[in-house]
Design a protein around this ligand. Structure first.
Ligand SMILES: [Zn+2]
Length: 201
């Protein structure tokens, strides 16, 4: 099915300036069948096309909609802004060890300088010295700090992470997720919103 974006003629005008929500920002918040977010924010977000697909597959109920529509020759629909799963999914007991969850544990901030841009991993015990990719040995770091630390140990370069890395609970990650304002999507999150595969130790 070919979906074509249709711009509503009565698109909002705010203070005289034209403002239309960009299609890529039309994420749908996904609720479990009990109307709680499916996972910790912002992983409870689906891109608009996933949400539309789920509506057609009858997997979700639409709770709320955007003004924005998609159209094909045979149908039109407003994009869902909130959907609820029809079948309840039991919440995970332990958070998956993924890049996104490590960043979320560390509040999307470099654990050495606090920067929030250009984030990557740092191994406290470098891989070259036998360090493993585990919750306890990986911290969020900006590329600059990661490069500066290189293959050294914390005490060798006097670079100590603000928080000692640990395995978080689901509740902790939920709490960290909630500390971001609801409509706030940091640009650095976009690459990770739909990519959350388990990391190899
Ligand atoms: Zn840094």
């Amino acid at each position: 099915m070919l979906l074509r974006l249709w711009r509503r003629p009565q698109a909002q005008r705010v203070l005289g300036s034209f403002r239309l929500v960009p299609l890529n920002s039309c994420h749908a918040l996904v609720l479990n069948a009990d109307y709680r977010p499916l996972s910790y924010f912002p992983l409870s977000l689906w891109p608009w096309h996933e949400a539309v697909k789920a509506v057609f597959m009858d997997r979700v109920d639409i709770v709320s909609e955007y003004d924005r529509e998609v159209r094909s020759p045979t149908f039109s629909m407003r994009l869902p802004s909130v959907v609820a799963l029809k079948r309840y999914v039991p919440p995970a007991k332990r958070p998956a060890f993924t890049r996104f969850n490590v960043f979320l544990r560390d509040h999307f901030a470099c654990q050495y300088c606090g920067a929030s841009d250009d984030l990557t991993f740092d191994h406290l015990v470098p891989r070259s010295r036998g360090g493993r990719t585990t919750w306890e040995n990986v911290v969020t770091a900006c590329s600059v700090c990661n490069l500066a630390k290189g293959g050294r140990l914390a005490h060798e370069c006097h670079m100590h992470p603000r928080t000692r890395p640990y395995r978080p609970t689901v509740q902790e990650l939920q709490e960290h997720g909630r500390s971001f304002p609801p409509n706030y999507l940091h640009h650095s999150w976009h690459d990770f919103l739909y990519w959350d595969s388990e990391l190899e130790p």
